[in-house]
Design a protein around this ligand. Structure first.
Ligand SMILES: Nc1ncnc2c1ncn2[C@@H]1O[C@H](COP(=O)(O)OP(=O)(O)OP(=O)(O)O)[C@@H](O)[C@H]1O
Length: 581
């Protein structure tokens, strides 16, 4: 393990640069606080020596007054620096969180299949939270405490060289021991963070699947696995905590040794009349004070143990790059799209092809009805169109341009997709449609709702567009959810529409609305419909039947329907259920 200084510096610079003014103010405050800490015992020392010398009362009162002022200023400085440090910590970590979320959103679907949302939450939030102190205080505190230790040692050297030299050896030894312990601990903290991520991943996955878990009576199995994960979490946390506590114990022991030496030294030098009582006080006080920066350094090192593990994991995440590359060179005209699949083969696991050598063309404005058994590759074909994956063999073209040459944002604006499993968020209907884009006017939203046949439904809701939807769109039927997805596509106004029709049974009124909305959606657009109903199939100009990733039939719907030897004709005669899962 061990992260090089350059990587620490890079991370600090990236996220602290925008807050350099606050950092500067924090540095001034921290260094003032160190100065005040060194100054206040000098005032007491002067006070003691003045009493011993029976100095005037007025001088004593002034010294006491200065001491009180220094103490009050010290408190105020501590208050202000805590505020600033917290603020910087939050601002910097929030920026890092935002970058990580953005990065994760750009990663491939295969990454999201491998990592549960809970695990990602842990990595984007908890790992970053562990870095808050690192961002806000680490460098300044290490520097400040280092300077404080240096100041104390210089003073002791000047008071008595033996005392100074002895304490230099003591401080160097202490730091060596502490940094050795830190190295051991960082590994343990990394394991603890991993166990934490697995634990939250499991929780998230199983809480969202509660309904199915209950339905199949798998509660016991889930509890059993939960216990296993909690045990691992406990074990890794205990090991990491033990090492950290051992570090704590080591510091305290070293501190007690230092204090004992300081007291003995002060008493000895005073008894030998080599120093005044005031100086003896300062020696003991400074040695006591030495414990604080050493402890602070230890604390910073402990935080660094956790931060190092987190930095490692954050960096690993940043290092993952999407395979879907943006090699943008061409602009996609927003006119009707002609679609071409040329020798396209695709596999999820680089072993078994789920689409094989697909070749077809779809003219602008035409609608293709895509049929096939479950697992024949229909959804996969739609995913390729949206560039959720890239085919390793062959090319897909829109208006003659390879999808890989079109900016992702532009492509995803030009291609609209309605899936069976519509994702609805716990937010207002407006935000669910616009994805929080405030620039889209209510009039535009209402037009989209009108086209998808939802105007009346929204108007009948007490809060209209501001009506809050429950998480996952609970409370809405599959048909209503699909209609909302239609409204999203109307808002986007793409030139190519991919529609995975809801296979669940719908009430006649919703079915009618869906039919009408589909008709409007396909008007003047090129479309691919993964159809589950006869009347939807009849809307298609062309029919394509997939079987195990191969095109087994493709042609004009009318021609195929009239050809008694075609599969489509047989299907129409025997009932579509066989290919419409
Ligand atoms: N994300 C994935 N990772 C690995 N394999 C996948 C993934 N998605 C689908 N598959 C596999 O690819 C094959 C084609 O699946 P696909 O979902 O495209 O079929 P489909 O025709 O749309 O089926 P359905 O009608 O049930 O939705 C199947 O064997 C499926 O198991």
């Amino acid at each position: 393990m061990g992260i090089s200084l350059r990587r620490y510096a890079h991370l600090l610079l990236t996220y602290l640069k925008p807050h350099w003014r606050s950092n500067l103010a924090l540095a001034v405050l921290l260094f003032s606080s160190i100065g005040l800490q060194l100054l206040s015992p000098q005032v007491i020392s002067y006070f003691i020596d003045t009493i011993q010398a029976r100095g005037p009362l007025q001088v004593l009162l002034i010294a006491a007054g200065i001491f009180i002022i220094i103490s009050v200023v010290q408190r105020l400085v501590a208050f202000a620096s805590t505020y600033l440090a917290e603020n910087i910590g939050w601002l910097a970590t929030n920026a890092l969180r935002a970058d990580l979320v953005e990065h994760c959103l750009r990663l491939d679907m295969s990454f999201h299949k491998q990592h549960t949302p809970g695990e990602l939450i842990e990595r984007v939030d908890s790992d970053v939270t562990a870095l808050a102190n690192f961002f806000s205080q680490f460098t300044l505190k290490v520097l400040g405490n280092g300077l404080l230790i240096l100041g104390v040692l210089l003073f002791l050297l000047q008071a008595d060289w033996r005392a100074g030299f002895g304490l230099i050896v003591y401080s160097v030894l202490t730091l060596c021991i502490l940094s050795f312990l830190q190295k051991v601990a960082v590994n343990k903290w990394a394991k603890e963070r991993e166990a934490n991520a697995d634990f939250y991943g499991f929780l998230e996955e199983h809480i969202s699947g509660t309904e199915d878990i209950r339905a199949i009576g798998a509660e016991q199995y889930v509890t059993h696995r939960l216990f296993a994960l909690m045990r691992r979490l406990l074990e890794t946390y205990r090991a990491a905590r033990l090492i950290s506590n051992f570090t704590n114990f080591g510091t305290n022991t070293l501190y007690v040794v230092g204090y004992t030496v300081g007291l003995a030294l002060g008493a000895y030098l005073y008894s030998q009349h080599q120093i005044t009582l005031g100086t003896a006080y300062v020696i003991v006080y400074y040695i006591g004070l030495l414990a604080q920066p050493l402890d602070n350094l230890r604390q910073q090192l402990q935080d660094l143990q956790q931060a190092e593990a987190s930095i490692e994991r954050v960096e690993q995440l940043f290092m993952l790059q999407p395979e879907i590359k943006e090699d943008v060179s061409k602009d996609l005209p927003s006119e009707q799209s002609a679609l071409t699949f040329q020798n396209v083969s695709f596999s999820y696991d680089q072993q078994e092809y789920v689409l094989q050598d697909l070749n077809f063309q779809l003219q602008p404005g035409k609608v293709l009805g895509l049929l096939g058994h479950t697992g024949s590759g229909k959804t996969t074909l739609a995913r390729l169109l949206f560039r959720l994956y890239d085919p390793p063999i062959g090319a897909i073209r829109l208006n003659g341009i390879d999808l890989r040459e079109i900016a992702l944002e532009q492509l995803r604006t030009q291609v609209g997709m309605v899936t069976q499993d519509v994702q609805l968020f716990q937010a207002s209907i407006r935000d669910n449609l616009t994805f929080f884009n405030r620039r889209i006017s209510d009039a535009t939203i209402e037009q989209a709702l009108h086209e998808s046949g939802l105007s009346k439904w929204v108007q009948s809701l007490p809060h209209g567009l501001d009506t809050q939807l429950a998480a996952g769109g609970q409370g809405l039927s599959a048909g209503e959810a699909q209609l909302l997805a239609f409204a999203r596509v109307f808002l986007k106004n793409p030139s190519l529409v991919v529609l995975d029709e809801a296979s669940s049974r719908l009430d006649p009124a919703t079915e009618y609305l869906l039919e009408q909305a589909m008709k409007r959606l396909l008007e003047g657009r090129t479309g691919i419909i993964i159809a589950h109903r006869l009347h939807t199939v009849l809307r298609a100009d062309e029919i394509m039947i997939l079987d195990h990733g191969n095109i087994v039939e493709h042609g004009s719907r009318l021609a195929l329907a009239n050809d008694p030897h075609s599969r489509f004709c047989t299907l129409l005669q025997t009932g579509l259920e066989e290919v419409l899962p």
